[in-house]
Design a protein around this ligand. Structure first.
Ligand SMILES: NC(=O)c1ccc[n+]([C@@H]2O[C@H](COP(=O)([O-])OP(=O)(O)OC[C@H]3O[C@@H](n4cnc5c(N)ncnc54)[C@H](O)[C@@H]3O)[C@@H](O)[C@H]2O)c1
Length: 336
């Protein structure tokens, strides 16, 4: 395709990170869009984008021939409509996580992706966090031996964040934010075959879904996992992740500037002094995410976190929510 990426960015809160990603790549910003005047102005002035490129209604951009990439960072409930409108118009779409909140919406996005020549990417940004990229490299190098237990947590206080769309029970914390931890474990360890979960509700009075959930997972016969999600926690945001293998253990905690790697000697005994890996753990690397999407578009490569991949992550989250509600183990339905 034409080597020049011409981008429209929809949603000017977290979506500003997509503006930064596109700018750092060197793409042309054709438009920024937000239905909230104040947020639109803030972003326009912050990035020095001329007012004629400020758009209030995304529909005004659908048929703009000039635009070939669209980033979507608006409430999760709207991902399907806006992503499908642009995919059907032939635009490449980078849509925020979670892909969508219901199977119906997910299936419609997959259909639109299948029917379009354009690329679609769901922004599972933790796959671009340098520490988690390093964790994947360490696992694949065999340093940890065979994995037997993987755990990740998403703890983020939503007390001040819980606006109307986040309070929607469909936007359960496990799906909205917990999808980061679930996706990370899927990426590092594969697809869980069964989950079992408990939930509690003590922290966010404005929602009527659980604000803390713990899920245990069975991957294959000899690998298990755990995800903990707390959206009312009284602590710093963290995605503490620990990978246990037969030859070593890797601890990543994004409240720490380093990762810790325990390894073993020839007799399988743990070496007392762990390796401290100096790598930025707390890093939402939107620039790298955009670079990877741009590479897929320009060089016609497959997108790793395409709609089906994003769908599988939501399928696990939906299974966790169902298990916590029913008190029964649930097998995620990956049939998309
Ligand atoms: N990857 C991450 O780490 C991360 C972090 C935060 C949010 N997110 C995701 O990003 C998306 C947006 O989250 P947020 O925190 O920015 O939400 P937000 O509610 O703070 O901001 C959403 C913005 O979109 C605008 N908007 C809403 N509907 C619109 C429409 N139809 N057209 C144009 N603009 C519209 C709103 O006016 C607002 O400015 C969500 O899907 C969320 O899950 C991802």
């Amino acid at each position: 395709m034409d080597k020049k990426l011409v981008v429209a960015n929809i949603g000017m809160k977290f979506g500003m990170s997509h503006v930064e990603g596109a700018m750092s790549y060197g793409a042309e910003i054709a438009a920024i869009c937000d239905c909230n005047e104040e947020n639109l102005r803030f972003a326009g002035e912050r990035y020095n984008i001329p007012e004629e490129k400020w758009v209030r209604d995304y529909k005004d951009l659908i048929n703009d021939e000039n635009i070939n990439v669209v980033t979507v960072a608006i409430p999760d409930q709207q991902h399907k409509k806006v992503s499908c409108d642009f995919l059907r118009a032939g635009k490449n779409v980078l849509c925020e996580k979670p892909l969508a909140l219901t199977r119906e919406d997910i299936e419609e996005i997959i259909k639109a992706e299948d029917e379009s020549d354009a690329k679609f990417m769901v922004g599972q940004i933790c796959r671009f966090t340098p520490a988690f990229e390093k964790a994947k490299e360490i696992i694949e190098s065999g340093t940890l031996g065979e994995l037997y237990f993987v755990e990740s947590e998403y703890a983020h206080d939503y007390m001040k964040l819980c606006d109307e769309w986040r309070a929607d029970p469909k936007r359960h914390g496990v799906i909205g934010g917990g999808c980061h931890a679930v996706d990370l474990l899927r990426w590092l360890a594969g697809d869980p075959q069964e989950v079992f979960a408990y939930g509690t509700h003590k922290l966010l009075p404005m929602v009527d879904y659980d604000d803390a959930t713990i899920a245990v997972m069975k991957f294959d016969e000899n690998l298990m996992g755990k995800v903990f999600v707390s959206t009312g926690c009284k602590r710093d945001y963290t995605m503490r992740t620990v990978i246990y293998g037969t030859k070593g253990t890797l601890i990543c905690d994004n409240t720490s500037p380093t990762m810790t790697l325990f390894t073993t000697d020839e007799e399988g005994v743990v070496i007392k002094e762990p390796q401290i890996i100096d790598i930025e753990v707390n890093n939402h690397n939107a620039a790298r995410e955009f670079d990877v999407f741009a590479d897929a578009i320009i060089n016609d490569k497959p997108v790793v976190t395409d709609a089906r991949e994003g769908a599988k992550t939501v399928a696990v989250c939906l299974a966790i929510v169902e298990s916590a509600k029913t008190g029964k183990p649930v097998k995620p339905d990956y049939n998309f």
